[in-house]
Every structure is written in structure tokens, then in C-alpha cells.
Design a protein around this ligand. Structure first.
Ligand code: F6R
Length: 605
């Protein structure tokens, strides 16, 4: 993970711009932060453990002098969060400073070679070796660009990094190898960033770097080369507006709650998304005998939902697989198989790794992502955007709903092409059309109860989220939301399975959250509610308007609009669970936008 940002400018005060960009990048990692600039032949460097604003208050990162610099927000992989392990990292003689994102797989071997030749490594990171490798090559008389290029050729792994040096005061050299990196162009400066949303507002156009490329930036020039051949490559400049829009909190206390309340708009955006790309992707699916849906975390939950809608609406053999568990020993690949990857960021390493291993093979690669121009879009033959707008809160909310709705739209198009389930389609379409209003109502009906229940839940150590059928997706997602931002242990479980073990944990006052729309599983789940009540559980249930039985047996109920096609109930029933997680994190005094140990884009496998 980690975020890197660099800028070389015609004007003084570049550290201010780097600092504000690091704040926008903080969702990629926030255990430590650092900034280095070049001025009067020296590297000026400040870094420490802590969040960007905390470290700024202690060290005034934004006051470093100079017109060229790099910055870093860290999510620790190698070496604990500490000042020594924070980036930028330097070599022995202060010839270069390096900010790195990703993993260098052969760092132990390189570290020991560098140690043998007298280098003093001060951190426990895999990243520091990059600075020393470049130093070694500079000492042999190579230019900065060539030293970076040759050092990179000795590295194995997935990474992106940026290098500055007092030897070339206005130059940044950066490299991309399987970790995201974009270049931003403005009138007065050139910059680089791990993510498009972190680019400063006055960046007018961008270049998305490809894997295996090295770029040399000055305030008025960009040169991109192929790392292996050293050949100069043409610049692929695109307007920034074509790939992004800016995010702010818009008066809300946190991005997460703002994004939860943006869900009606996200739904509208999915409804209005151009049909052309959806049909194109649907046509690919129609040609496939089987589709594997791959994703991680919340996006994996969307895969699970996708397998229900693709099977039920489109008669497609769809199998969800957690991306990091995708292996040919448990999936059956063949000529007419497609892999549909789902990823909000489009940069999740576990997902990209699967796709990369099937590029140029007999498997169709397709994707669903919220970030146009992300790595995933360049690996697949066809993809559809989610149009949810930037999601900054680490916990995915509006993009989850957008994923569910877009999967539903795709299923409808497949069914249309195949001419199947015609009656079902019209009902599904009418719910899709009213989904913005239905989600809006789910929010207003349930926010007060979520707030008041959060006080009770904040005092608990553990909770169950139970459901049957398609709403297992909702239970898993509700549990993930609660545990990741409030640090309460939460398990999402099939309700019918709970008596085969988990029920042993239930005692007086144990929170059990049930998802119970009036579908074909209703009376079975009612039985499960009774079982838990009989053992003293405190039962909170999500029910439809007009529900009687579950309402009577539950301690508290979230009420959701009643819809005819029960297959789509996760789109509504997840809403109170998102609110409950958010308010519980607040009640426990945590920042829901920046949960510990997590980051928005998980770019390490
Ligand atoms: C949970 C969450 C993560 C992500 C997961 C995949 O709220 O945000 O579990 O869903 O890291 O990320 P993407 O969708 O970017 O591939």
C-alpha cells in the first residue's frame, strides 16, 4: 500500500503542495509520514511515526525549502511503524532520497550484498536498499536516470518509487512495476502520485504510467523510457477530467458517513451509466460457459451477490472466488471461461495477480471498477465503471451498493441477449429504477435507531450477523463493516449453520443481528431467531415494512422498504448495518475514515 507523491516546480514552496497531497493520499496508509526536498545542494528530510496532520504539527513538514521534493504515507509491511522505517529513505552519503510503495521480494539477498560492500542500512524496510543500490551506481559515474534504471533491473517484486538527488536539483526519477503511479501536469509544475484522486486540483492533464516504465520529470519536461530497453516512449497524455473528479467532506464529519448518504446518488449514477459498455461486457459473458467472479473484502461480497444474480436472472454458471485463493487446483479453466474481477480501486494486488497470470491465455478477462485508468482496466478486454465518484473512507460503502446494482444491470443485459427470464427482468428493472428512492428511505428510516443502538453495541466485544440465502452477502458485509472500523469482533454467518458451533458463544445479552426480508427463507430464519433468543441473545433484526413475526421476537428492528424481488434485498438491508458500524465506531471514539492497520488500496499481495 503506502502513498507516494513528488513534485518539481518552477516556484518555491513545493513542500506545501506535497503536504496537502499527502493528506489526500493518507487513505493508502497512515502509520508514518515523511517529506524530503532538495535545496542548495542538500536533501532536507523530515519524517516520523503518526498521521499526516500529527507529524505536521510536530515537525512542520510543509515548511521544508526548495522547488523539488517527494513525500510518503506509510502502511507498514517490512519493519514496524517508526521514525527509522518511515520514508523517504536515504543512502549512506545523502546522495538520494527514495519514497517507495510495494514490496521488493529479493531485498534480503540485496541487503546482505550491500552490507558486504560496506553500506550502512539504518531501517528494517525492504525499501532502503533502493537508495543504496542507486548510490553504488552513482559512485561508478552513472547519471541519476541510468543509476535508477540499472538499480531497478536488480529488483524483484511489485513496486513504484520516486527518487530525488542534490546532483540534479529539479529532477525526479520514478519507476512503476506493478504498483500504481500517475504523472500530473500543471502550468508551473510536474508531479507524480500513487493515485489520481490525490493529484492537486490545478493539475490539468495526466499520464498513467505502465508497468516496466521509468519517467524523468522536471517542471517543464517529461521523458518516459522502457526500463529494459531504455527506449524513449511516446507520452500518453489525457485530460484529468476524463478520469476523475474531486472529493471533499461536504459538511459531513467523516467521509464514511458522507459516502453512506451519497448512496442514492451512486444508485442513480448506475442507472444512468451508458448502456453500451454494459452490453459489451454482457456479450462476453454470454459467450462463456462459466464465469469466476473474483474480488477481496467488500468486493468479494459483491462477487457473492453477483453469483446469485447472474445465476438467477441470467442463467449463468457463476462462481465467486476470493482473489487471493484463486488457484487452478480449485477452479476449472478452459476455453469458454471468463474471469470477472471486481475492485473499487482497480489496484488490489491479489486481484491483479490473478488477471496478470491469464493475460494472453484462453480466458476472457473482464472487470468492474470505480477507477477509470486504474491498473485493472489495462489488463482486461472489457470493463464497466461504477460511476460512484471518489470513495475516500477506507470502509467501502457507496461502491459496494454500486457494485451490486451494476451486477444486476449486467445480469439483465445477459438475460436479454439470451432471451431468458423475461418476466423476472421487468420486476428487477422496476426496482433498479426506484433504488435511489428506496435507499434514501432506508437511510432516513434507520439512522436514529442506528445511532441509539451504537451506544449499546459499543460496550460489546463480539457480535453475530446472521442471514440465509442471498442475504448472507448482507450479513458478511455488516460484520466486516463493524469489525474493521469499531474493532468489535463480528462474524457474518449463515443462520442455519450457526447451531453447528458459533451458538456456543451466545450468552445473556450477546448481540445477534439478523437479516430477515420476507423471502423463501423467512420461516427458517425465524426459527434461528428463536434459538438465539432462547439462549439470551439480544436480537436486532432487519425486516421489511409490514413484518409481524420477526418483529415480535426481536429486541430491536430496523425497518426496510418492502420490495417484490427479494433477490435485490441486500441493496437495502445493508444500509442500516453500515450506519450501525459507523455510529458504533464513533461511540467508541475511533476515526472511521482511517481504521488501524488498513488502507484504501491494498497493493501488496
Ligand atoms: C472493506 C474494504 C476492503 C476492500 C478490499 C478490496 O470495507 O474496503 O475489504 O473491499 O480491500 O478493495 P477493492 O475493491 O479496491 O479491490
Amino acid at each position: 500500500m503506502c502513498g507516494i507523491f513528488g513534485c518539481t516546480s518552477l516556484k518555491e514552496g513545493v513542500s506545501k503542495l506535497i503536504y496537502s497531497s499527502l493528506k489526500r493520499l493518507e487513505y493508502r496508509g497512515y502509520d508514518s509520514v515523511g517529506l524530503a526536498t532538495i535545496c542548495n545542494g542538500h536533501i532536507f528530510l523530515k519524517k516520523d511515526q503518526g498521521k499526516v496532520e500529527e507529524v505536521e504539527r510536530r515537525l512542520s513538514l510543509s515548511a521544508l525549502p526548495g522547488r523539488c521534493g517527494i513525500g510518503h504515507t506509510r502502511w507498514a509491511t517490512h519493519g514496524a511503524p517508526s521514525k527509522e522505517n518511515a520514508h523517504p529513505l536515504t543512502d549512506c552519503e545523502g546522495k538520494v532520497a527514495v519514497a517507495h510503495n510495494g514490496i521488493i521480494e529479493n531485498y534480503l539477498e540485496l541487503r546482505s550484498k550491500l552490507g558486504d560492500s560496506g553500506h550502512k542500512l539504518r531501517s528494517r524496510t525492504d525499501s532502503e536498499i533502493i537508495a543504496h543500490l542507486i548510490e553504488e551506481l552513482l559512485n561508478k559515474g552513472l547519471t541519476l536516470e541510468e543509476a535508477v534504471r540499472q538499480a531497478t533491473l536488480t529488483l524483484r517484486g511489485s513496486y513504484a518509487f520516486a527518487v530525488i538527488s542534490p546532483l540534479c536539483e529539479d529532477k525526479i526519477v520514478c519507476v512503476r512495476m506493478e504498483s500504481p503511479l500517475v504523472i500530473g501536469l500543471s502550468r508551473d509544475y510536474t508531479c507524480l502520485s500513487s493515485d489520481i484522486p490525490a493529484l492537486p486540483p490545478d493539475v490539468e492533464s495526466i499520464i498513467v504510467m505502465n508497468d516496466g516504465e521509468l519517467a524523468v520529470l522536471t517542471p517543464h519536461s517529461i521523458v518516459i523510457r522502457d526500463l529494459e530497453s531504455n527506449q524513449q516512449l511516446p507520452l500518453r497524455i489525457v485530460a484529468k477530467e476524463s478520469v476523475t473528479c474531486l472529493a471533499d467532506r461536504g459538511g459531513f464529519t467523516h467521509y464514511m458517513i458522507k459516502e453512506i448518504f451519497e448512496q442514492p446518488q451512486a444508485a442513480l449514477n448506475v442507472i444512468n451509466a451508458p448502456r453500451y459498455y454494459i452490453v459489451k461486457l454482457a456479450e462476453e459473458l454470454v459467450k462463456s460457459d462459466r464465469v469466476y467472479l473474483i474480488g477481496c473484502g467488500t468486493s468479494y461480497h459483491a462477487c457473492l451477490f453477483g453469483s446469485y444474480v447472474l445465476r438467477s436472472i441470467a442463467d449463468i454458471d457463476a462462481q465467486p472466488v476470493i482473489a487471493s485463493e484463486f488457484s487452478e487446483s480449485h477452479v476449472k479453466l478452459g476455453k469458454d471461461v471468463a474471469i470477472l474481477a471486481i475492485s473499487q480501486s482497480g489496484e488490489t494486488a491479489d486481484v491483479l495477480q490473478v488477471l496478470r497470470s491469464y493475460v494472453n491465455k484462453d480466458v476472457k478477462l473482464l472487470a468492474l471498477t470505480n477507477v477509470m485508468g486504474s491498473s485493472i482496466t489495462r489488463l482486461v478486454s472489457s470493463y464497466v465503471g461504477l460511476y460512484a465518484g471518489p470513495e475516500i473512507g477506507v470502509a467501502a460503502t457507496k461502491t459496494f451498493i454500486a457494485e451490486l446494482l451494476m451486477l444486476t444491470r449486467i445480469s439483465i443485459e445477459v438475460a436479454r441477449i439470451k432471451g431468458v427470464n423475461v418476466d423476472l427482468i421487468s420486476g428487477v428493472e422496476s426496482i433498479l429504477r426506484s433504488s435511489p428512492k428506496l435507499i434514501e428511505r432506508s437511510l432516513t428510516l434507520n439512522e436514529p435507531l442506528a445511532k441509539s443502538l451504537s451506544v449499546y453495541l459499543s460496550l460489546k466485544n463480539s457480535a453475530f450477523f446472521l442471514a440465509r440465502g442471498v442475504n448472507i452477502v448482507t450479513a458478511l458485509e455488516g460484520a466486516l463493516k463493524l469489525k474493521e472500523i469499531s474493532y468489535i469482533h463480528a462474524e457474518g454467518y449463515p443462520a442455519g449453520e450457526s447451531k453447528h458451533g458459533p451458538i456456543a458463544l451466545v450468552e445473556e445479552g450477546f448481540p445477534c443481528i439478523f437479516v430477515c426480508p420476507h423471502d423463501e427463507t423467512y420461516y427458517k430464519i425465524l426459527g434461528n431467531v428463536m434459538e438465539m433468543k432462547a439462549r439470551g441473545a439480544f436480537v436486532i433484526s432487519c425486516v421489511e415494512e409490514g413484518d409481524k413475526e420477526v418483529r415480535e421476537t426481536s429486541d430491536r428492528i430496523f425497518v426496510l422498504p418492502k420490495i417484490e424481488t427479494k433477490l435485490l434485498t441486500p441493496i437495502l438491508h445493508v444500509v442500516p448495518l453500515q450506519l450501525l458500524a459507523y455510529y458504533t465506531a464513533i461511540a467508541r471514539g475511533y476515526d472511521p475514515d482511517k481504521p488501524r492497520n488498513l488502507a484504501k488500496s491494498v497493493t501488496v499481495p
